[in-house]
Structures are given as structure tokens and as C-alpha cells.
Design a protein around this ligand. Structure first.
Ligand code: 13P
Length: 259
């Protein structure tokens, strides 16, 4: 089964709502100039929450062929959760994707697999595609336990989703040691773990689900490294941090994903 490549730009806590409008415009123009085909490669940007309304207005007003999402979501319905954002609010803003369990949330907000799983369930219930992030820290990689570590995260973080929901979900393998360090994983390292993730999904939900689920690599992806990573059979795209803040660089990564 042919999976459509997916490139996601995670802006993290960068770019305020004013700057977001120019970055999205610039990205849309750059992609158009590069004759980007949205049917061939799906592109999603993840601005901070405070930018989403501005991005929605721009994308809808100018009919841009660009999807956008959020970087986190509450596991709870609307109510007494100060500072949290309900999935239903994101749906209202036209959000299509949300990352859950990013390593920066696991680290700075103490998120564990059970919470990540609950967030994925909340996203799906609101019609939003969860991008479930997993990845090992350096000491685990050095000890050679990266595959088992990641598979335990996959088991725990996808625990609340049924087969059809996993088939429509995205899993992003982001080794913590590669995030923001400039130290990108080798294509072989990315392939090893992405293949193991797909195999585990197959063991739990069957081959058809394993064939359908998209598995991305993330961690210091640049236009220079994107093509060789995405040439790997089990790497269906990239979750891009720093390089997604530069429209030309991000568009070049999108171009490298063209099948
Ligand atoms: P960098 O591309 O900046 O390493 O970030 C990766 C990431 O964490 C994307 O979610």
C-alpha cells in the first residue's frame, strides 16, 4: 500500500501570531513556486496555540493548500483545567493534526505514556489526527536498548486506540539525542526503529493497519538529510523542528519527500 508522505513543521515555542502570518504566506508562495503537489506530499505546520486563529484566517481566506495543527491537547473535555486546551476548541479552529507526547512535553511537563494515550484518544474523538511522538534518550541508545524503549512507548501511547484509529494515526520517531542538536540519525538508524514500530503495530492490529499507519522520523532534519531519510522503506516523512522556521529550507524538505 502506498502511503502519502507527510512533512510536519513543528514550530515549538517560536513565532508569534503576527510573524506566523508572514511565515505561512512565505511558505505557501515558496511551495507554489516549487510546483508542490499537495496530493503527492501532505504538509502540515504546527504553530503555537496563540497563532492558530490567525493561521486559520489566512489559510481559509487565501484558500491555501496547507494544513495546520497544534503541538499539544488536553486529555479532558472543556471544564476546570486552567491553562489547558480542549480538543474540541482545536477542531473549531480547523486543526487537523496534533502532536502528543513530544519529548519536550514528556521532559518539561512530566507526561507519561498513559497521559499521552489519553490525549491521543481525545484528539481522535474530536476528529483530529494524533501524531504520537516516541524516542529514546542518549543513554538508552548507548546501552543498545533503543528499540525496546521505543516499542514500550508505542505500546503505552497507542493503548487507547482501536485498529482503525491506529491506521489513521501518525507515529513520529524522534530520538531525544537528535532533537535540536544537529546530530541527525543515520538513515539506517531511522529505518531500524521505524520498521520496528510498524512491525509492532502489525503484531497488535494486523498487517493492513501496519501498512496504513504513517511513521515519521524527527530530529535535526534538514534539506540536506531529508531525501536519504525518506528513501527508507519505513520512513514516511519527517517531523521537522528548527528547519521548519525557514520557509525555503522547509519547502526543500517537502520537495525531498516527493515520491
Ligand atoms: P529539530 O528538527 O529542531 O531537531 O526538532 C525536531 C523536533 O523535535 C520536531 O518535533
Amino acid at each position: 500500500m502506498a502511503r502519502t508522505p507527510l512533512i510536519i513543521g513543528n514550530w515549538k515555542m517560536n513565532v508569534d501570531h503576527v510573524a506566523a502570518v508572514s511565515l505561512v504566506q512565505k511558505l505557501a508562495w515558496t511551495l507554489k513556486d516549487a510546483e508542490h503537489d499537495p496530493a503527492a506530499v501532505q504538509v502540515v505546520v504546527l504553530p503555537p496555540f496563540t497563532d492558530l486563529r490567525s493561521v486559520q484566517t489566512l489559510v481559509e481566506g487565501d484558500r491555501l493548500d496547507l494544513a495546520y495543527g497544534a503541538q499539544d491537547v488536553s486529555d479532558a473535555p472543556p471544564g476546570a483545567r486552567t491553562g489547558d486546551i480542549a480538543a474540541a476548541f482545536l477542531t473549531r479552529l480547523g486543526v487537523t493534526h496534533v502532536t502528543v507526547g513530544h519529548s519536550e512535553r514528556r521532559l518539561h511537563h512530566g507526561e507519561d505514556d498513559a497521559l499521552v494515550a489519553a490525549k491521543a484518544v481525545a484528539a481522535v474523538a474530536a476528529g483530529i489526527t494524533p501524531v504520537v511522538c516516541v524516542g529514546e534518550p542518549l543513554e538508552v541508545r548507548r546501552a543498545g536498548r533503543h528499540v525496546e524503549h521505543v516499542l514500550a512507548q508505542v505500546d503505552g501511547s497507542l493503548a487507547g486506540l482501536g485498529a482503525e484509529q491506529v491506521a489513521a494515526a501518525v507515529v513520529a520517531y524522534e530520538p531525544v539525542w537528535a532533537i535540536g542538536t544537529g546530530e541527525v540519525a543515520t538513515p539506517e538508524d531511522a529505518q531500524e526503529v521505524c520498521a520496528a514500530i510498524r512491525q509492532r503495530v502489525g503484531q497488535v492490529h494486523g498487517e493492513a493497519v501496519a501498512d496504513a499507519v504513517r511513521v515519521l522520523y524527527g530530529g535535526s532534519v534538514k534539506s540536506s538529510s531529508a531525501a536519504s531519510l525518506m528513501a527508507q522503506p519505513d520512513v514516511d516523512g519527517a517531523l521537522v523542528g528548527g528547519a521548519s522556521l525557514d520557509a525555503a529550507e522547509f519547502a526543500a524538505i517537502v520537495g525531498a519527500a516527493r515520491p
